[in-house]
Design a binder for this molecule. Structure first.
Ligand code: 13P
Ligand code: SF4
Length: 327
């Protein structure tokens, strides 16, 4: 039996749901029972009744499953960390909050919202302050709801997502520590970013528009504001897939998101909006061999890379995630 067949056999035998984000390598993605963007994965996994969840993605995704479904045993073939999620921890969260306070905005006037790309510990901080989680597919709704509180939004950790949604809602944004006036802003952003989505530039858009007049430019909201502003469509990974699948096959499109997803999406008339190969290094870490090793560890009772979250953290992170699901 080859590795692929071994995995399929073990999966059945052990009552495992294999989950993969769109950015996973093809050979891993193909074997998954559940695939999707980060919101879809969080929702779909909550509805499964299998005992074990093997999550191929980045650390915060496995943690979110554990927070929402503590009864499940969640394992990750690679505990790969999203580089953006690593840009903030509880200490940096507090430090930034202090800077906002020093600008004359007390905590009572701040509602934190964290992008799902953050650790359970950061989500817990947000939950404790009455805040909530959002993903790239529901950020618009969540921020709109947050603004109804009459407070300023402290958006962590992705400054681009914060700036892009502020722009689309006709609101002012500012970044902590870059000298901008925080008091003037409706959305105050933490200074984090995704290094993969920073690769796309306005020059790339100009290049494709000049080379293929009529081409459509599609980007993820983690891209820079000036890039999103020049795009024909901006959306989460699932929203990009839906948008591109509905285009006529002869419509050229250049996409600014992760390489594995783009190359799987459509073969004809589809371009990567970069002269480089924008793979997410940590999403790419998970191999078929890792998946097999994890399944074997369940069979042998070792439970390698099992995800755990302390009860105190889980309780508050649950609040932040659950407020998102309620909306
Ligand atoms: P999605 O919510 O679109 O799946 O995005 C997750 C992510 O990490 C994009 O870089
Ligand atoms: Fe994190 Fe960027 Fe990778 Fe998405 S693409 S998982 S935001 S590092």
């Amino acid at each position: 039996m080859n590795l692929k067949e071994e995995i399929i056999k073990l999966k059945k035998e052990l009552d495992v749901t294999l989950v993969a984000h769109f950015y996973q390598r093809d050979e891993v993605f193909e074997l998954a029972d559940i695939t999707g963007d980060s919101l879809e994965l969080a929702k779909k996994v909550m509805l499964t009744d299998s005992k074990y969840v093997v999550f191929c993605g980045v650390g915060f995704m496995g943690e979110s499953v554990k927070v929402m479904s503590p009864e499940k045993t969640v394992l990750m073939p690679k505990i790969a960390c999203c580089a953006m999620a690593r840009m903030i921890d509880e200490g940096y969260f507090e430090q930034n909050l202090k800077k906002i306070n020093q600008a004359g905005i007390p905590n009572e006037n701040i509602l934190p919202i964290t992008y799902i790309n953050s650790s359970a510990a950061v989500k817990a901080k947000v939950g404790q302050m009455g805040g909530m989680v959002c993903t790239s597919s529901n950020a618009y709704k969540i921020i709109e709801k947050g603004l109804k509180s009459g407070k300023k939004i402290f958006f962590v950790p992705d400054r681009c997502l914060g700036q892009n949604f502020a722009k689309s809602l006709n609101l002012k944004s500012a970044i902590v520590g870059d000298g901008s006036d925080l008091k003037e802003a409706d959305i105050i952003c933490y200074n984090g970013f995704c290094s993969v989505h920073q690769l796309f530039d306005v020059d790339d858009i100009a290049f494709y528009r000049a080379k293929y007049p009529g081409i459509l430019i599609v980007t993820h909201p983690e891209c820079k504001p000036e890039v999103c502003e020049l795009s024909d469509f901006v959306g989460s990974t699932s929203q990009i897939i839906d948008y591109v699948k509905k285009l006529p096959l002869d419509q050229k499109v250049a996409i600014g998101t992760e390489y594995n997803m783009i190359k799987r999406l459509r073969k004809e008339n589809t371009y990567v909006l970069s002269s480089s190969k924008p793979e997410c290094p940590t999403m790419n870490e998970t191999t078929l061999q890792d998946v097999y090793n994890t399944l074997l560890s369940i069979k042998e009772g070792r439970f390698d890379n099992e995800i755990s979250v302390s009860e105190e953290t889980r309780k508050w992170a649950y609040e932040a995630l659950n407020r998102m699901f309620e909306i």
